[in-house]
Design a protein around this ligand. Structure first.
Ligand SMILES: C[S@@+](CC[C@H](N)C(=O)[O-])C[C@H]1O[C@@H](n2cnc3c(N)ncnc32)[C@H](O)[C@@H]1O
Length: 280
């Protein structure tokens, strides 16, 4: 039984980093003429109403995209991401936040493809409506970790996989590593981005060790924290482990992450990590 709903969290500081990196990866893939395929294993509802009671419960978006979207001193690599968010909000008020599938859909060219998985029956319906009819996009009501493996490598032989679980079930921390190993065996040249929260640092240390132990090369880690570990009841930091990142991502994140830590950190407690977890 799935109880996690992303509508409570849409646009929070974790979404800002995740969607910025997603946008940079897709922009990089679009630089070459050849088509690509993107797989979103945990797609969510696709679009979030920030005036809904769920979003207003903790107003997480106000501490995330709310602090960023109208700044005029954005790092250059954030301009396109923020422009995208603005395109979903015609007025000066922030009322809607797009999820990963809608952000990706906007960046597809006519020859590119997106495959989205969502297990929650309500969210998969919302997602299907939000995507509308689009021959480039497939929405599947299935387990994204299990089913996507067999779709690799994609026919295009170019692309990326976003893995964005909610980690409600602690077994997810090990399941994602096992899944990435299988995916990478089938599609070694693909780009893979695994999102993770920092709630209990020991779990993250174990995750990083397990990823190193896979022997997969070229893994970079990008993490943003808004408070010291354990300073808040829930998530204090979050990040992405990126396998085969675009070569431009490291340079971009060296500018974006200090800015985000300064802008989103609570009472000056923002921090970040950038690490090459496994060498090229
Ligand atoms: C963190 S949310 C996704 C947010 C979305 N990726 C975004 O950035 O906008 C995780 C979603 O995964 C769904 N989910 C959980 N387990 C899943 C699985 N095994 N396969 C597909 N979806 C799953 C949940 O219902 C939830 O909507």
């Amino acid at each position: 039984m799935l109880s996690y709903r992303h509508s409570f969290h849409a646009g929070n500081f974790a979404d800002v980093l995740k969607h910025l990196i997603l946008q940079r990866m897709l922009a990089h893939l679009s630089k070459k003429d050849a088509p690509f395929c993107c797989i979103d294993t945990h797609a969510g509802a696709g679009s979030y109403d920030l005036s809904h009671a769920y979003a207003l419960k903790n107003k997480e978006f106000a501490q995330g995209i709310g602090k960023v979207w109208q700044r005029d001193d954005l790092p250059p690599c954030m301009l396109e991401y923020v422009q995208q968010i603005k395109s979903f909000n015609r007025d000066a008020k922030l009322t809607r936040y797009p999820g990963s599938p809608l952000l990706t859909q906007r960046l597809l060219r006519s020859k590119d493809r997106l495959i989205c998985y969502e297990l929650h029956s309500t969210d998969v319906e919302l997602l299907t409506k939000a995507i509308k009819r689009d021959p480039r996009v497939q929405v599947l009501h299935a387990d994204g970790l299990q089913d996507s493996i067999k779709r690799l490598p994609p026919a295009e032989r170019r692309g990326m996989v976003l893995i964005d679980p909610s980690y409600e079930v602690k077994a997810d921390y090990t399941l994602v590593v096992e899944t990435l190993k299988k995916m990478h065996l089938r599609f070694a040249t693909g780009t893979f981005a695994l999102w993770y929260p920092v709630v209990d640092r020991k779990r993250n240390q174990a995750l990083e060790l397990a990823m190193k132990a896979t022997g997969i090369k070229n893994i970079q880690l990008f993490e943003l924290g808004i408070a010291a570990d354990d300073a808040l009841p829930g998530m204090t930091s979050s990040g992405l482990l990126v396998i085969n990142p675009p070569f431009t991502l490291l340079t971009e994140m060296r500018v974006a992450l200090p800015w985000l830590a300064e802008t989103l950190g609570i009472a000056g407690a923002g921090h970040y990590r950038i690490e090459q977890l496994a060498a090229e």
